[in-house]
Design a protein around this ligand. Structure first.
Ligand SMILES: [Ca+2]
Ligand SMILES: [Ca+2]
Ligand SMILES: [Ca+2]
Ligand SMILES: [Ca+2]
Length: 342
């Protein structure tokens, strides 16, 4: 049986309240509808990664687990239906996860962290293979959080891992292995999430405040209708799926940014200029302390909704200007092509 379209107060996750308190005051109950019973995700509980592991265009959800399963992969079937699929992540207690394409074959692989590292290679959407030993990461001690960033600008994604409040860099050697660099590199600042506009008014709705202690949050368009939904892992409840039903105050534009290999252009930054100003977003899977996010870059366009220019600064530092955006759709931007595509 479906829940009513809006929450009662007892259903509202505390972390989401933190977002909405600054975004819309006491109107928060009208912003999201709880879809958890439709999804039927069960009692999985841990940190969340959003990825399209089977490349069908729908954002899937991975959540770390404890006990029998190393984690749960929920394949998005559309219309708020998800199915649990085998994911190959081995039994262990993992406390953090990151989806990123470490081998540059255009599918998202999984890094899990806990008392050690686990790296699981996506086999073209059919499953994951444990690649921890061949990557050289099996000898690493605990890691608390990670982001993927191409810090040496050689086109592959390196890792910045938080360990005992220090940042440790693992260079991607481009052959499936990683090399830990010495600690003199540990001051790198890894990018964090840059914004979520839940009601499309052109203003960021306190994205950085979403994740609170004891819960993990992910933000992405899970039903592909152009607005950002939420998934929260709540201790004692499991995954809570929240559909964005907020009244929209403007149109939207979604961009899929791809590098020249056809992989997500993680780290690329978009400047979108409208009549009223310029907004910036970054293509990112996750920040250290923020929520996991949709790798598609999403803009609420506010009142005018007119897009004058889209400027992309790719991860290698080059810049490119794309033609005017089309509103209300997802478009693809490929490095070097200079035009938006369907
Ligand atoms: Ca998918
Ligand atoms: Ca891959
Ligand atoms: Ca690199
Ligand atoms: Ca949505």
């Amino acid at each position: 049986m479906r829940r009513p379209p809006t929450w009662t107060a007892t259903w509202i996750p505390s972390s989401v309240l933190a977002v909405l308190a600054s975004a819309c005051g006491d109107a928060s109950q009208d912003w999201f509808a709880d879809r958890s019973e439709d999804v039927g995700a069960g009692a999985v509980n841990g940190e969340i990664a959003l990825l399209d592991f089977d490349a069908d265009g729908r954002l899937d959800v991975f959540c770390t687990g404890t006990g029998e399963a190393g984690g749960a992969m929920l394949r998005n079937l559309g219309n708020w239906r998800f199915e649990s699929v085998a994911n190959g992540v081995t039994r262990r207690s993992w406390s953090a996860c990151l989806a990123f394409d470490y081998d540059g074959d255009a599918d998202d692989d999984l890094l899990v962290l806990g008392s050690g590292f686990g790296l699981f290679r996506n086999e073209g959407g059919t499953g994951f293979t444990d690649a921890t030993i061949e990557s050289g990461l099996h000898q690493e001690a605990a890691g608390e959080a990670a982001v993927a960033v191409d810090f040496d600008r050689d086109a592959d994604l390196d890792l910045v891992v938080v360990r005992s409040e220090a940042h440790v860099i693992f260079r991607n050697d481009g052959d499936g292995t990683f090399t830990r660099l010495d600690s003199t590199r540990s001051t790198i600042s890894a990018p964090g999430p840059t914004g979520a506009d839940f009601d499309h008014d052109g203003e960021v709705d306190a994205f950085a405040d979403i994740a609170l202690a004891g819960s993990a949050v992910a933000c992405g368009d899970l039903d592909d209708d152009g607005d950002l939904d939420l998934v929260e892992s709540r201790p004692g409840r499991g995954l809570v799926f929240l559909e964005n039903v907020a009244e929209k105050k403007g149109r939207w534009l979604g961009l899929r940014l791809y590098d020249q290999r056809g992989c997500w252009a993680i780290g690329a930054e978009v400047e979108l200029t409208t009549k009223t100003g310029t907004m910036r977003r970054r293509c990112l899977a996750k920040g250290f302390s923020g929520p996991a996010c949709d790798p598609r870059v999403h803009f609420g366009l506010g009142g005018t909704g007119e897009v004058h220019e889209i400027r992309v600064r790719w991860a290698d530092g080059t810049q490119e200007v794309f033609a005017k955006g089309v509103r209300g759709v997802y478009k693809n931007l490929h490095a070097g092509l200079g035009q938006l595509r369907d």
